[in-house]
Design a protein. Structure first.
Length: 57
């Protein structure tokens, strides 16, 4: 499945989920250069999360 059809539903779910803390999400076209690159970067801590599709399914 191409990234645009996967990325936006995850972005939308993050924005609409109820959290006990504030969530700011932005879309970017590219944050890595290989298949092991992170899918989400938590700032300012710099935590990198991968395999996001498996976590949301």
């Amino acid at each position: 499945m191409p990234a645009p059809s996967i990325g936006y539903p995850i972005y939308e779910k993050i924005l609409t989920s109820k959290q006990p803390f504030k969530v700011n999400a932005i879309q970017v076209s590219h944050i890595g250069g290989h298949r092991f690159a992170p899918n989400i970067i938590d700032m300012p801590d710099g935590k990198e999360l991968g395999e996001i599709i498996k976590r949301f399914n």
